[in-house]
Ligand binder design. Structure first.
Ligand SMILES: [Zn+2]
Length: 411
């Protein structure tokens, strides 16, 4: 069944198209030479929890309801903070933030009106596996490896930073030395174990260490980190008996969730009395007066494109200029802006940071001199998208789940 091969979906967090295209690394280069490649667009805000939910559900934020790294929960009258920084997590309450990030994003915040790729495929009797991806909702209950942490529902084979492990693989602890790539090394160990056993129809293989390095060093200053991501993918090829043997057995998607921009200036966004939730290069304002707030932001240098709805109609402003054509200058701008605003958990005004700027988070943290993302601008919004054995690469990260589901239709 050559066209119904099991699929590996490898997500290298924060990998830019430029870094991918210029990478001279054995696994990525071999796959690129055998596949179909294009630059694809992310969603808005181009931040990991939002993007991973889009990759896993095949919807923009209006479908999956994850709005930002930090947002106001209208039903519970409180902030949700998924880990903008350790300081922000502490400011929002450590236990609460960890629960929001690890458990409730999946159990409560992710819309029940959409299915994850794990749910869709396992409802058909297929086996899905996920390693370290924070959007994992599935049908199988998993107990934690340490006491005091709730059980969660995930794919049949589920490995999450040593905290949930559906199978005993002998993998070392995930979070030992983050800067040296210990999380991707953990993923590689588990991935090798899964490929050796042919243990899945879909493996979602999430590699976050590259983004961690890019935030610290800037978008294009992290070749060693990319070499470690490449090694984690090479581990899968090796486990299958080499690159050619791997492609005889599996189809693969390699993509990223968002891009990365250099941060040269930081700003604290303040619009008077209304609540602002800001992190990285996107902010939301919860307000009864969206037009007043948007016009006030005309004078704010850190604000790039500002969008809101007026009588149900999308409005875009930048520096006092009000014109939807502003959105045509950024990837998939009108679709992404409209979908972000239509998310019931989003603020009424969404702010895409101007190039070079980053908004400080709840604790005042930022990545000045390093990298950040979240805006509608091309640097944050374009991602590499490579498919091998699956036909043309999709134009948006929302196209990945439908592509995989269609490929496995008669598996
Ligand atoms: Zn990031």
């Amino acid at each position: 069944m050559p066209d119904r091969k099991p699929v590996v979906l490898a997500v290298i967090d924060g990998l830019t198209p430029g870094a991918f295209e210029s990478a001279d690394l054995p696994a990525l280069r071999f796959l690129a030479e055998h596949g179909e490649y294009r630059r694809a667009s992310s969603v808005f805000p181009s931040l990991t929890p939002v993007c991973l939910a889009s990759i896993v559900t095949g919807t923009h934020p209006d479908g999956h309801h994850i709005p930002h790294l930090v947002w106001w929960h209208r039903g519970e009258h409180r902030l949700v903070e998924y880990g903008s920084s350790f300081g922000a997590v502490r400011a929002a309450g450590l236990a609460r933030s960890l629960r929001d990030t690890i458990v409730d994003l999946n159990a409560k915040h992710l819309s029940r009106d959409v299915s994850t790729v794990y749910e869709t495929l396992e409802d058909r009797g297929l086996t899905t596996a996920a390693v370290n991806i924070t959007c994992y909702r599935g049908r199988n209950r998993h107990l934690p490896t340490i006491p005091g942490v709730p059980a969660v529902y995930g794919p049949k084979r589920f490995f999450f930073y040593s905290l949930y492990e559906s199978d005993r693989t002998g993998a070392p602890l995930a979070v030992r030395s983050r800067a040296l790539g210990s999380i991707d090394a953990y993923a590689a160990f588990v991935g090798r174990w899964l490929v050796t056993r042919d243990g899945f129809d879909l493996l979602v293989y999430y590699l976050p260490d590259y983004d961690f390095a890019s935030h610290a060093a800037g978008p294009n200053a992290t070749p060693q980190a990319l070499a470690r991501s490449d090694a984690a993918i090479a581990a899968l090829l090796d486990a299958a008996g080499g690159p050619e043997a791997f492609l005889e057995r599996y189809a693969i998607v390699v993509c990223s969730d968002h891009g990365q921009s250099a941060v040269t200036e930081v700003a604290r966004l303040d619009v008077g009395g209304d609540l602002v939730t800001a992190s990285n290069r996107a902010a939301m304002v919860y307000t009864d007066e969206p037009r007043r707030v948007a016009e006030q932001l005309d004078r704010e240098p850190s604000a790039g494109i500002v969008v809101f709805l007026e009588d149900g109609r999308l409005v875009a402003r930048r520096d006092g200029d009000e014109d939807l054509a502003l959105l045509d200058a950024v990837p998939d701008g009108r679709v992404r802006a409209a979908a972000a605003l239509a998310n019931p958990n989003a603020g009424e005004v969404l702010v895409s940071a101007a190039p070079g700027f980053e908004f400080v988070d709840l604790a005042g943290r930022h990545h000045l001199g390093g990298g950040s993302h979240g805006s509608l601008e091309p640097a944050d919004s374009e991602v590499p998208m490579l498919t091998v054995g699956l036909g043309p690469a999709p134009a948006s990260i929302t196209g990945v789940a439908p592509l995989v589901v269609e490929h496995l239709r008669d598996a």
